[in-house]
Design a protein around this ligand. Structure first.
Ligand SMILES: [Mg+2]
Length: 217
């Protein structure tokens, strides 16, 4: 059995994290407009990425603020993101061995890597894959490289229906679980590519345990 998990709004309370992150700026008098205006670092490739150091640097220039302290504050904050892991995440992961668990996250940036690797849960996973596209291909690639046992069940848990849809279309044998937490930022709607819709990890555990019980014939 392999379990593919999304990070943001699934294992990690991204809304709470983002609110706390913004408060670091707010306490220095940075408005939401200024925060948003300088959020992405423009790039020649046309793909703008988020970089906290550049964000701070550009805001400090605009508002004439002390860069050094501000930057240190932001880097310290990003250096430990463990308090934003949902209360039921670790107990869920503890039910499985490392080689059953894969983290598949969207947005290939250093900021995303920091959030994940500084959250204290990275060592639960056999592999952490960060992608910039829909997740179906990355999941199939991992499944293909694993020795599939007869009748093996594989699961994919995400809060975004577009990723679940892509993965289910590309691999109809995959069991897709749409996790819509009340704390999540998105309110997607379940569609026919989502096998289950749940609101916490307890419900997921029940589904996985039930499906993996050997049928006595
Ligand atoms: Mg997510």
């Amino acid at each position: 059995m392999l379990i593919f998990l999304d990070f943001d709004d699934v294992l990690f309370n991204t809304k709470k994290f983002k609110d706390a992150y913004f408060s670091l700026f707010k306490k220095r008098g940075v408005s939401r407009d200024i925060f948003d205006k300088f959020y992405y670092t423009p790039s020649d490739s046309g793909i703008d990425r988020y970089c906290p150091v550049n964000h701070v640097k550009r805001i400090c220039k605009e508002l004439n603020l002390n860069y050094s302290d501000f930057k240190d504050d932001v880097l310290e904050f990003v250096g430990d993101t463990s308090r934003y892991i949902f209360g039921d995440s670790v107990s869920f992961l503890n039910n499985f061995s490392k080689n059953e668990l894969y983290l598949v996250s969207f947005s290939k940036t250093d900021f995303q890597k920091s959030k994940i690797f500084n959250s204290g849960i990275a060592n639960h996973f056999c592999k952490i894959k960060i992608v910039n596209e829909l997740k179906g291909d990355a999941i199939n690639e991992i499944i293909k490289n694993n020795k599939i046992k007869y009748n093996q069940k594989n699961y994919f848990i995400d809060d975004r229906v577009e990723h679940l849809t892509d993965a289910k279309i590309k691999n109809p044998n995959l069991t897709t679980i749409f996790l819509l937490r009340k704390e999540g930022r998105y309110k997607d709607r379940k569609n026919k590519y989502c096998d289950y819709k749940v609101s916490n990890f307890n419900e997921i555990l029940k589904i996985i345990k039930q499906k993996n019980v050997k049928k006595i014939s």
